[in-house]
Design a binder for this molecule. Structure first.
Ligand code: SF4
Ligand code: SF4
Length: 443
């Protein structure tokens, strides 16, 4: 694709990056076939190629985002399915990130949109504020639906989501501390830091409990250092790059202090949406004079929990479930979160681990298509998100499985609101198979 940035514009690193990405696109349109929003809407401007044209025009002319551009950029899920399909290796992720920042700074958004986005940015990444927000949404739910207008609609959607998700008390595996390998006589097979997450400890703390139990059983020493927090994905996807950088820097500081004390073998992430962002910290903090290098080193150490389990299992293979284990009779449908399959290119490992312990695993039709969760997308674009979820729930149900496994809490909660079967994190099923408690929902 030809670009027409001026020499002045090309002085800026961000423009150089956009120029490089845009020039890689050869307009072939292969990406449209696997784009969920194009599949639903059939509009070229809601396809990757259409959005690339819109972004090119907006950035080249350095013009404020119009209402139309904002609409089509906002509708993108950042699912990155287009990156998996693209034969030219177009780095759509960094392009849409830039576009979101530009839109956030320049778009004439209605005040209801601005207020909702501000609330999500400033409340969700902070566990206490998030809990307050959920309580407030529950209290306000009965009256909100009586009001007309977009803001009331948005808040009603949020309140409904809050009611559907009971708040839980974070367990020890979500709080700062170190967990030693079960076999105290042996040195740790791996020393890892574990990201507790921002929302996960309040909505599904059992995921972290299962992770610590399984990893320590397999010989790892697991530390949750003080000072870590939200990974920054949520604010970044809302176009607030500065807050994302602040949040990333805070995590890098926390993990770097630990890495200096006792060398880390991995930074473990159980929510694949966070994992995709953390694996990109080297890029996000590239201009930070102090933290660029530590960020790049830690990003290279970042692993999805399935990757660490696989590493540990090389020396200490996961034992198959005994024949009388109830998991033997429980067919599993594996939902591949976009951030795991497209963002991190982990496509077969979780299924292989589940099979290794004795689960029967199937996959739904169109596994590349997003479930519609996508961070705050389900709150900001409830209609599109709802349609994608219904598709996903139907294809998962068609497998005949009795439980759905997934590696991202956002997908788990989103699909779980509609599915007739329990939706459980992969690590909880593996932990159960290896002697841990039966996951909630499978009683
Ligand atoms: S990230 Fe997903 S929704 Fe956005 S353009 Fe690519 S495939 Fe479409
Ligand atoms: S598949 Fe890649 S090269 Fe082809 S139009 Fe899409 S982004 Fe451009």
């Amino acid at each position: 694709m030809q670009t027409h940035f001026s020499p002045d514009q090309l002085q800026r690193a961000s423009v150089q990056e956009a120029d490089r990405i845009l020039r890689a696109c050869v307009h072939c349109g292969f990406c449209t076939a696997t784009c969920p929003t194009y599949a639903l809407l059939g509009d070229e401007l809601d396809s990757p190629r259409g959005r690339i044209y819109l972004i090119k025009d907006m950035l080249e002319k350095d013009k404020p985002a119009t209402a139309a551009i904002t609409k089509h950029i906002d509708r993108c899920l950042s699912c990155l399915s287009c990156m998996t399909t693209c034969p030219s290796g177009v780095d759509y992720m960094h392009l849409i990130d830039q576009a979101r920042v530009h839109v956030e700074k320049t778009a004439p958004r209605p005040w209801a949109d601005r207020l909702t986005r501000h609330m999500l940015r400033t409340m969700m990444p902070y566990p206490l504020r998030f809990r307050l927000m959920v309580h407030a949404a529950r209290l306000g739910a009965p009256v909100l639906s009586l009001f007309p207008g977009k803001l009331a609609q948005r808040l009603t959607t949020m309140a409904r989501a809050a009611i559907a998700q009971p708040l839980k008390t974070p367990g020890p595996a979500s709080l700062p501390g170190t967990f030693h390998p079960k076999d105290k006589a042996a040195p740790p097979a791996l020393r890892v830091a574990l990201l507790a997450g921002c929302v996960q400890p309040s909505l599904d703390p059992d995921i972290n409990e299962s992770t610590v139990r399984l990893l320590t059983q397999m010989g790892a020493e697991v530390t949750l250092p003080p000072g870590q927090g939200c990974c920054g994905a949520l604010t970044h996807h809302l176009g607030d790059r500065d807050s994302a950088i602040t949040q990333a820097r805070r995590n890098v500081k926390a993990w770097w202090a630990l890495h200096q004390k006792s060398t880390l073998d991995a930074v473990v992430i159980t929510a694949s949406g966070c994992g995709t962002t953390i694996k990109d910290y080297g890029h996000l903090l590239a201009d930070d004079p102090t933290w660029a290098e530590p960020a790049a080193i830690l990003a290279a150490l970042a692993c999805d929990v399935s990757e660490v389990i696989e590493r540990l299992s090389r020396a200490n293979p996961l034992p198959p479930m005994p024949d009388n284990h109830p998991g033997r009779a429980l067919p599993v449908a594996y939902h591949s979160a976009c951030s795991l399959q497209h963002g991190q290119k982990i496509r077969t490992l979780p299924q292989a681990l589940l099979r290794a312990v004795g689960f029967t695993v199937s996959e739904p039709a169109d596994p590349h298509l997003c479930c519609g969760s996508a961070g705050t997308y389900s709150l900001m674009q409830p209609e599109l998100s709802g349609q994608l979820r219904q598709r996903k729930v139907d294809t998962l149900a068609a497998t005949g499985a009795k439980v759905v496994a997934a590696g991202n809490m956002g997908c788990i909660k989103h699909i779980g609101q509609q599915a007739q079967t329990p939706v459980i994190h992969t690590v909880q099923l593996l932990d159960w198979a290896c002697g841990g408690p039966r996951p909630p929902g499978l009683e």
